[in-house]
Design a protein around this ligand. Structure first.
Ligand code: CP
Length: 343
Protein backbone atom coordinates (compact mmCIF):
# COMPACT_ATOMS: atom_id res chain seq x y z
CA UNK A 1 0.00 0.00 0.00
CA UNK A 2 1.29 3.50 -0.78
CA UNK A 3 -0.24 6.77 0.23
CA UNK A 4 -0.72 7.75 -3.43
CA UNK A 5 -2.94 4.67 -3.88
CA UNK A 6 -5.87 6.52 -2.37
CA UNK A 7 -6.52 9.71 -4.27
CA UNK A 8 -8.61 12.33 -2.54
CA UNK A 9 -12.17 12.81 -3.78
CA UNK A 10 -12.16 15.13 -6.81
CA UNK A 11 -13.00 18.70 -5.87
CA UNK A 12 -12.66 18.16 -2.12
CA UNK A 13 -9.21 19.74 -1.98
CA UNK A 14 -7.56 22.49 -4.04
CA UNK A 15 -5.85 21.35 -7.25
CA UNK A 16 -2.05 21.36 -7.64
CA UNK A 17 -0.90 19.45 -4.60
CA UNK A 18 -2.03 22.12 -2.18
CA UNK A 19 -4.15 19.86 0.00
CA UNK A 20 -1.62 20.31 2.79
CA UNK A 21 0.96 22.99 1.95
CA UNK A 22 2.53 23.33 5.42
CA UNK A 23 6.00 22.12 6.36
CA UNK A 24 5.11 21.63 10.04
CA UNK A 25 2.10 20.62 12.11
CA UNK A 26 2.25 23.06 15.01
CA UNK A 27 -1.45 23.43 15.75
CA UNK A 28 -4.99 23.20 14.44
CA UNK A 29 -5.16 27.01 14.48
CA UNK A 30 -4.24 28.28 11.04
CA UNK A 31 -5.31 25.12 9.22
CA UNK A 32 -8.14 25.26 6.69
CA UNK A 33 -11.10 22.91 7.03
CA UNK A 34 -10.09 21.09 3.81
CA UNK A 35 -6.61 20.53 5.31
CA UNK A 36 -8.15 18.91 8.39
CA UNK A 37 -10.36 16.73 6.19
CA UNK A 38 -7.36 15.83 4.04
CA UNK A 39 -5.45 14.51 7.06
CA UNK A 40 -8.53 12.59 8.28
CA UNK A 41 -9.06 11.08 4.83
CA UNK A 42 -5.38 10.17 4.52
CA UNK A 43 -5.57 8.36 7.86
CA UNK A 44 -8.29 5.96 6.69
CA UNK A 45 -5.83 3.80 4.71
CA UNK A 46 -3.70 3.46 7.84
CA UNK A 47 -6.71 2.45 9.96
CA UNK A 48 -7.19 -0.36 7.44
CA UNK A 49 -3.50 -1.33 7.44
CA UNK A 50 -3.31 -1.33 11.24
CA UNK A 51 -6.15 -3.85 11.41
CA UNK A 52 -4.24 -6.36 9.26
CA UNK A 53 -1.90 -9.00 10.65
CA UNK A 54 0.99 -7.58 8.59
CA UNK A 55 1.27 -3.86 9.29
CA UNK A 56 4.52 -2.81 7.68
CA UNK A 57 5.02 -0.61 4.60
CA UNK A 58 8.14 1.14 3.30
CA UNK A 59 6.69 4.60 2.67
CA UNK A 60 9.29 6.25 4.95
CA UNK A 61 12.09 3.79 4.26
CA UNK A 62 15.51 5.42 4.74
CA UNK A 63 14.08 8.35 6.71
CA UNK A 64 14.96 9.13 10.32
CA UNK A 65 12.27 10.21 12.77
CA UNK A 66 13.27 11.70 16.13
CA UNK A 67 10.72 11.79 18.95
CA UNK A 68 11.91 14.40 21.45
CA UNK A 69 9.64 14.36 24.50
CA UNK A 70 10.43 16.86 27.24
CA UNK A 71 7.26 15.87 29.15
CA UNK A 72 5.82 12.48 30.10
CA UNK A 73 3.68 10.56 27.63
CA UNK A 74 2.35 7.06 27.05
CA UNK A 75 -0.11 7.30 24.15
CA UNK A 76 1.47 10.05 22.05
CA UNK A 77 5.08 8.87 22.28
CA UNK A 78 4.27 5.20 21.68
CA UNK A 79 1.87 5.90 18.83
CA UNK A 80 4.36 8.17 17.04
CA UNK A 81 7.00 5.46 17.50
CA UNK A 82 4.67 2.75 16.20
CA UNK A 83 3.51 5.01 13.35
CA UNK A 84 7.07 5.72 12.21
CA UNK A 85 8.09 2.06 12.42
CA UNK A 86 5.00 0.83 10.56
CA UNK A 87 5.81 3.29 7.78
CA UNK A 88 9.39 1.96 7.59
CA UNK A 89 11.29 4.88 9.16
CA UNK A 90 14.23 4.59 11.53
CA UNK A 91 12.79 5.90 14.80
CA UNK A 92 14.85 7.32 17.65
CA UNK A 93 13.35 8.47 20.95
CA UNK A 94 15.12 11.20 22.92
CA UNK A 95 14.21 11.11 26.59
CA UNK A 96 14.67 14.51 28.20
CA UNK A 97 15.28 13.01 31.64
CA UNK A 98 18.50 11.32 30.45
CA UNK A 99 19.56 13.95 27.90
CA UNK A 100 22.15 16.75 28.11
CA UNK A 101 19.35 19.16 29.02
CA UNK A 102 20.09 17.91 32.53
CA UNK A 103 23.62 19.31 32.10
CA UNK A 104 22.31 22.77 31.27
CA UNK A 105 22.05 22.60 27.48
CA UNK A 106 19.47 25.05 26.15
CA UNK A 107 16.43 24.07 24.12
CA UNK A 108 17.81 25.93 21.08
CA UNK A 109 21.16 24.11 21.30
CA UNK A 110 19.27 20.82 21.62
CA UNK A 111 17.29 21.69 18.48
CA UNK A 112 20.44 22.59 16.55
CA UNK A 113 21.97 19.28 17.67
CA UNK A 114 18.99 17.25 16.44
CA UNK A 115 19.07 19.17 13.17
CA UNK A 116 22.78 18.39 12.66
CA UNK A 117 21.89 14.68 12.85
CA UNK A 118 19.80 15.23 9.71
CA UNK A 119 16.48 14.01 11.00
CA UNK A 120 13.76 13.90 8.35
CA UNK A 121 11.01 14.71 10.86
CA UNK A 122 11.03 15.68 14.53
CA UNK A 123 8.13 15.14 16.93
CA UNK A 124 8.28 17.32 20.03
CA UNK A 125 6.39 17.52 23.31
CA UNK A 126 7.31 20.32 25.68
CA UNK A 127 5.83 21.86 28.84
CA UNK A 128 6.10 25.42 27.50
CA UNK A 129 3.53 26.87 25.11
CA UNK A 130 5.35 27.96 21.96
CA UNK A 131 8.48 25.83 22.53
CA UNK A 132 7.69 23.57 19.58
CA UNK A 133 7.34 26.53 17.21
CA UNK A 134 10.66 27.85 18.52
CA UNK A 135 12.37 24.55 17.66
CA UNK A 136 10.65 24.40 14.26
CA UNK A 137 12.25 27.74 13.47
CA UNK A 138 15.75 26.30 14.07
CA UNK A 139 15.56 23.07 12.07
CA UNK A 140 15.35 22.14 8.40
CA UNK A 141 12.82 19.30 8.55
CA UNK A 142 9.10 19.02 9.33
CA UNK A 143 8.25 19.41 13.02
CA UNK A 144 5.14 17.90 14.58
CA UNK A 145 3.75 19.27 17.83
CA UNK A 146 3.00 16.43 20.25
CA UNK A 147 1.69 18.92 22.83
CA UNK A 148 3.19 22.25 23.93
CA UNK A 149 2.17 23.52 27.35
CA UNK A 150 -1.40 24.81 27.39
CA UNK A 151 -1.28 25.75 23.73
CA UNK A 152 -2.08 22.90 21.30
CA UNK A 153 -2.06 19.13 20.81
CA UNK A 154 -3.04 18.94 17.14
CA UNK A 155 -2.71 15.20 16.56
CA UNK A 156 -4.94 14.57 19.60
CA UNK A 157 -7.71 16.71 18.08
CA UNK A 158 -7.28 14.97 14.72
CA UNK A 159 -7.44 11.49 16.25
CA UNK A 160 -10.49 12.53 18.26
CA UNK A 161 -12.17 13.75 15.07
CA UNK A 162 -11.28 10.50 13.29
CA UNK A 163 -12.66 8.35 16.15
CA UNK A 164 -15.81 10.46 16.19
CA UNK A 165 -16.21 10.26 12.42
CA UNK A 166 -15.96 6.46 12.55
CA UNK A 167 -18.58 6.28 15.31
CA UNK A 168 -20.91 8.67 13.49
CA UNK A 169 -20.56 6.73 10.22
CA UNK A 170 -21.37 3.49 12.06
CA UNK A 171 -24.63 5.21 13.06
CA UNK A 172 -25.30 6.29 9.44
CA UNK A 173 -24.25 9.91 10.00
CA UNK A 174 -21.45 11.36 7.89
CA UNK A 175 -21.31 14.96 9.06
CA UNK A 176 -20.09 16.89 12.06
CA UNK A 177 -22.52 19.69 11.18
CA UNK A 178 -25.16 20.10 13.86
CA UNK A 179 -23.32 17.86 16.33
CA UNK A 180 -23.29 19.17 19.91
CA UNK A 181 -20.05 18.34 21.75
CA UNK A 182 -19.59 19.11 25.46
CA UNK A 183 -15.99 19.26 26.69
CA UNK A 184 -15.75 19.23 30.49
CA UNK A 185 -12.78 19.48 32.82
CA UNK A 186 -9.68 21.58 33.32
CA UNK A 187 -10.23 23.76 30.24
CA UNK A 188 -7.78 26.40 31.52
CA UNK A 189 -4.69 24.16 31.33
CA UNK A 190 -5.80 21.94 28.47
CA UNK A 191 -4.10 22.00 25.07
CA UNK A 192 -6.46 19.15 24.14
CA UNK A 193 -9.48 21.39 24.76
CA UNK A 194 -8.01 24.21 22.71
CA UNK A 195 -7.12 22.00 19.72
CA UNK A 196 -10.46 20.21 19.89
CA UNK A 197 -12.47 23.42 20.00
CA UNK A 198 -10.63 24.68 16.91
CA UNK A 199 -10.92 21.36 15.07
CA UNK A 200 -14.53 20.51 15.90
CA UNK A 201 -15.88 24.00 15.16
CA UNK A 202 -13.97 24.05 11.85
CA UNK A 203 -15.64 20.75 10.97
CA UNK A 204 -19.07 22.21 11.75
CA UNK A 205 -19.80 20.98 15.29
CA UNK A 206 -21.17 23.13 18.09
CA UNK A 207 -18.84 23.03 21.12
CA UNK A 208 -19.76 23.69 24.76
CA UNK A 209 -17.01 23.88 27.38
CA UNK A 210 -17.68 23.32 31.06
CA UNK A 211 -15.39 23.95 34.03
CA UNK A 212 -15.38 25.51 37.50
CA UNK A 213 -14.82 29.28 37.20
CA UNK A 214 -11.17 28.91 38.28
CA UNK A 215 -10.49 26.43 35.47
CA UNK A 216 -12.21 28.34 32.63
CA UNK A 217 -9.97 30.58 30.49
CA UNK A 218 -11.10 34.15 29.91
CA UNK A 219 -12.61 34.90 26.50
CA UNK A 220 -13.02 31.22 25.57
CA UNK A 221 -15.94 32.36 23.37
CA UNK A 222 -13.36 33.88 21.00
CA UNK A 223 -12.36 30.33 20.05
CA UNK A 224 -15.97 29.54 19.14
CA UNK A 225 -17.01 27.60 22.26
CA UNK A 226 -19.98 28.27 24.54
CA UNK A 227 -18.90 28.34 28.23
CA UNK A 228 -20.81 26.68 31.09
CA UNK A 229 -20.09 26.28 34.81
CA UNK A 230 -23.11 24.04 35.46
CA UNK A 231 -22.28 20.55 34.14
CA UNK A 232 -25.93 19.43 34.08
CA UNK A 233 -26.82 22.39 31.84
CA UNK A 234 -23.78 21.76 29.61
CA UNK A 235 -24.79 18.12 29.19
CA UNK A 236 -28.40 18.81 28.25
CA UNK A 237 -28.97 17.16 24.83
CA UNK A 238 -25.23 16.80 24.04
CA UNK A 239 -24.39 14.22 21.36
CA UNK A 240 -20.81 13.80 22.53
CA UNK A 241 -19.26 14.28 25.99
CA UNK A 242 -15.50 14.69 26.14
CA UNK A 243 -14.02 14.54 29.64
CA UNK A 244 -10.63 16.00 30.57
CA UNK A 245 -8.49 15.31 33.60
CA UNK A 246 -7.34 17.91 36.11
CA UNK A 247 -3.82 18.87 35.01
CA UNK A 248 -2.31 19.05 38.49
CA UNK A 249 1.20 19.34 37.02
CA UNK A 250 0.25 22.75 35.55
CA UNK A 251 -1.54 24.03 38.67
CA UNK A 252 0.24 26.48 40.89
CA UNK A 253 -2.01 26.64 43.93
CA UNK A 254 -5.48 25.38 44.82
CA UNK A 255 -7.94 25.41 41.90
CA UNK A 256 -10.58 23.03 43.33
CA UNK A 257 -11.78 22.42 46.92
CA UNK A 258 -11.02 18.65 46.72
CA UNK A 259 -11.13 15.80 44.17
CA UNK A 260 -14.27 14.51 45.92
CA UNK A 261 -16.08 17.84 45.59
CA UNK A 262 -14.88 18.15 42.00
CA UNK A 263 -16.35 14.72 41.22
CA UNK A 264 -19.65 15.74 42.81
CA UNK A 265 -19.98 18.78 40.56
CA UNK A 266 -18.04 17.82 37.42
CA UNK A 267 -17.58 14.04 37.41
CA UNK A 268 -19.30 12.10 34.62
CA UNK A 269 -21.51 9.48 36.24
CA UNK A 270 -24.10 7.33 34.50
CA UNK A 271 -26.87 9.38 36.19
CA UNK A 272 -25.42 12.58 34.88
CA UNK A 273 -24.79 11.16 31.40
CA UNK A 274 -28.54 10.48 31.14
CA UNK A 275 -29.00 14.25 30.71
CA UNK A 276 -27.17 14.10 27.37
CA UNK A 277 -28.75 12.82 24.14
CA UNK A 278 -29.71 9.12 24.16
CA UNK A 279 -26.62 6.96 23.47
CA UNK A 280 -24.36 10.02 23.68
CA UNK A 281 -20.76 9.17 22.82
CA UNK A 282 -18.17 9.49 25.58
CA UNK A 283 -14.55 10.48 24.92
CA UNK A 284 -11.43 11.05 27.00
CA UNK A 285 -7.92 11.69 25.64
CA UNK A 286 -6.31 9.86 28.56
CA UNK A 287 -4.75 9.41 30.97
CA UNK A 288 -7.98 9.07 32.98
CA UNK A 289 -8.39 9.62 36.69
CA UNK A 290 -11.25 7.20 37.34
CA UNK A 291 -13.58 8.33 40.09
CA UNK A 292 -12.51 11.96 39.69
CA UNK A 293 -13.58 13.29 36.26
CA UNK A 294 -15.18 10.04 35.02
CA UNK A 295 -16.70 6.90 36.52
CA UNK A 296 -15.60 3.48 35.29
CA UNK A 297 -19.06 2.32 34.23
CA UNK A 298 -19.26 5.26 31.82
CA UNK A 299 -15.64 5.06 30.65
CA UNK A 300 -15.89 1.33 29.90
CA UNK A 301 -19.43 1.19 28.47
CA UNK A 302 -19.43 -0.74 25.20
CA UNK A 303 -21.21 0.97 22.33
CA UNK A 304 -20.91 4.53 23.61
CA UNK A 305 -17.38 4.91 25.01
CA UNK A 306 -14.85 5.80 22.29
CA UNK A 307 -11.85 5.92 24.63
CA UNK A 308 -10.15 2.79 23.28
CA UNK A 309 -11.06 3.74 19.69
CA UNK A 310 -9.34 7.10 20.26
CA UNK A 311 -6.10 5.30 21.06
CA UNK A 312 -6.43 3.11 17.95
CA UNK A 313 -7.04 6.16 15.73
CA UNK A 314 -3.99 7.85 17.24
CA UNK A 315 -1.62 5.53 15.41
CA UNK A 316 -3.41 6.03 12.07
CA UNK A 317 -3.51 9.82 12.40
CA UNK A 318 0.18 9.96 13.28
CA UNK A 319 1.00 7.75 10.29
CA UNK A 320 -0.98 10.13 8.07
CA UNK A 321 0.76 13.21 9.48
CA UNK A 322 4.24 11.69 9.11
CA UNK A 323 3.48 10.55 5.57
CA UNK A 324 1.93 13.83 4.43
CA UNK A 325 4.57 16.10 6.00
CA UNK A 326 7.52 14.14 4.56
CA UNK A 327 6.09 13.89 1.03
CA UNK A 328 7.85 16.92 -0.33
CA UNK A 329 11.20 15.69 0.94
CA UNK A 330 10.49 12.32 -0.65
CA UNK A 331 9.47 13.94 -3.96
CA UNK A 332 6.13 12.14 -3.95
CA UNK A 333 4.27 12.59 -7.23
CA UNK A 334 1.18 14.74 -6.93
CA UNK A 335 2.87 17.53 -5.06
CA UNK A 336 2.95 20.30 -7.67
CA UNK A 337 5.74 22.86 -7.92
CA UNK A 338 3.52 25.43 -6.30
CA UNK A 339 3.27 23.20 -3.22
CA UNK A 340 7.03 23.46 -2.74
CA UNK A 341 6.42 26.90 -1.33
CA UNK A 342 5.98 26.10 2.36
CA UNK A 343 3.64 28.27 4.33
N1 CP B 1 -3.61 12.02 25.33
C1 CP B 1 -2.28 12.11 25.55
O1 CP B 1 -1.61 13.03 25.07
O2 CP B 1 -1.78 11.08 26.29
P1 CP B 1 -0.24 10.93 26.72
O3 CP B 1 0.08 12.06 27.65
O4 CP B 1 -0.16 9.57 27.36
O5 CP B 1 0.59 11.02 25.47
Amino acid sequence: MTSSAKAPAAGRYPAGGLAFPHRDLLGIGGLETHELLFLLDEAEQWVELNRRSSKHVDVLSGLTLINAFFENSTRTLLSFEIAGKRLGADVVNMHAATSSLKKGETLIDTAVTLNAMRADAIVIRHASSGAVALIADKVDCPVLNAGDGQHEHPTQALLDALALRHALRARGQDEFAGLCVTICGDILHSRVARSNILCLTALGARVRVCAPPALMPAAIEALGAEPFHDFDAALCGADVVMMLRLQNERMDGQFIPSPREYHRLYGLTSTRLARAAPDALVMHPGPMNRGVEIDSDVADRAGTSLIVNQVEMGVAIRMACLDVLTRRGRGVAGWGDEAKQWV
